[in-house]
Design a protein around this ligand. Structure first.
Ligand code: FAD
Length: 366
């Protein structure tokens, strides 16, 4: 046994674990099947701009301990996420707030906005929503649903809202103030220099092998470490023996444009069904970039099949039950810790995945 830990996955979970184990004098080897570190928070520099290769990542948290933890590795800028929604030729602020309502109905006060929404909801007479469409209508009224929710959600899930379960939308983030800050969290920003640098610092002094798939690697070196921290897909670990867990995937079309400012905002959502992509990200605006060129990424939501890049777990009842069965298998697996978004089949924001890695560290080294 050459190492105390073999850590599979150089994303945030694996890297936080590796950093903490290394700090405690443990020997670690980190492997990742991709040809780079940082997992899904990886940034690739193009034209001097940090391009969020696997989707836009904005760090936000209300957990002071996690905020201080991540700030050991980078300084954060004061970026505040304030997306714009484009519906046909209309433009709205997100999240749904007084700027949105004022533009939609030509009104000024929260009382007027609340009255319009309440009237629209009342006229629908929906008592028990049977699907996502009815659920969203009963929470938002007709206008907000038709213009800002319907098309976007249908593109995200690849099917009509009337065929989607209502649990997907539990509540809607209505705000009756003129506040375009998407998040309610106390702390928010983008790391200056990008996320890859953060992970690079975490892995400083630790042996890392990229372009190395665990399943191939273990055939050649089955006894290389005392323990394994596995942050890949839990169902793949068990050879999909109980079936595959479902995901939604995203396809990114990234383009360098010969203009210094394409859309004037980092995040622009396209909420009508006719436009095939869900959002356009203009990466430089995350860092108030002044480069001569710009880089944009169009995001297309897509169906997922085994072998494709998994992005969002589909946490319906069927998949959650299947995950539970895999979790039971995982518990019987000696000397393997499963973690991260793929190991736990769970959507984690970055702060939550760091928190989960630190809890695992506490359990492991108490
Ligand atoms: P990952 O980063 O996916 O790391 C797992 C690593 O394991 C990968 O690098 C993978 O290549 C490797 N791996 C898998 N299988 C194997 C194998 N067999 N052998 C070797 N290596 C393997 N969070 C926020 O807080 N703010 C946001 O704005 C935000 N935006 C997001 C946007 C999108 C489109 C998505 C999908 C997620 C977003 N998140 C955001 C969540 C964030 O990406 C996650 O919290 C974080 O990346 C999870 O880290 P992880 O280590 O669990 O997983």
């Amino acid at each position: 046994m050459k190492y105390d830990y073999l850590i599979v996955g150089a994303g945030l979970f694996g890297s936080v674990f590796a950093y903490e184990a290394h700090k405690r004098g443990k020997s670690c080897l980190v492997i990742d099947k991709r040809d780079h570190i940082a997992g899904n928070v990886y940034c690739e520099e193009i034209e001097g701009i940090n391009v969020h290769k696997y989707g836009a990542h904005i760090f936000h948290t209300s957990n002071k301990k996690i905020w201080e933890y991540i700030n050991q590795f980078a300084e954060f800028n004061n970026y505040i996420n304030s997306p714009i929604a484009v519906y046909k030729d209309e433009l709205y602020n997100l999240p749904f707030n007084m700027n949105t309502f004022s533009k939609m109905w030509g009104i000024k006060t929260p009382q007027e906005a609340k009255a319009i929404i309440a009237k629209q909801i009342e006229e629908l007479h929906i008592t028990e929503p049977r699907n996502l469409e009815e659920q969203a209508l009963s929470l938002a009224g007709t206008d907000v649903y038709e213009k800002l929710i319907k098309g976007y959600t249908e593109k995200q899930w690849g099917r009509p809202c009337s065929e989607l379960p209502s649990f997907i939308i539990k509540r809607l983030p209505f705000r009756f103030t003129y506040n375009n800050n998407y998040f309610n969290d106390r702390y928010q920003g983008i790391p200056i220099g990008g996320y890859t640098k953060i992970v690079g610092k975490m892995l400083d002094g630790i042996e890392v092998k990229t372009g190395t798939d665990y399943f191939q690697f273990k055939k050649d070196k089955p006894d290389i470490a005392r323990k394994i921290v596995f942050t890949g897909m839990i169902d793949e670990y068990f050879g999909y023996r109980l079936g595959a867990l479902e995901y939604r995937s995203v396809r990114f079309e990234t383009e360098v444009l010969d203009t210094d400012n394409y859309q004037g905002n980092a995040v622009v959502n396209y909420t009508d069904r006719e436009i095939p992509y869900t959002r356009i990200i203009e990466h430089k605006h995350f860092e108030f970039g002044t480069q001569e060129k710009t880089v944009i990424s169009r995001e297309y939501s897509s169906e997922w099949k085994v072998g494709m890049e998994p992005y969002y777990p589909v946490n319906n009842e069927q998949n959650n039950q299947l995950f539970e069965k895999y979790r039971e298998l995982a518990e019987k697996e000696n000397n393997v810790i499963f973690g991260g978004r793929l190991g736990n089949y769970k959507y984690y924001d970055m702060d939550k995945v760091i928190e989960s890695a630190l809890e695992t560290v506490d359990r492991e080294f108490r």
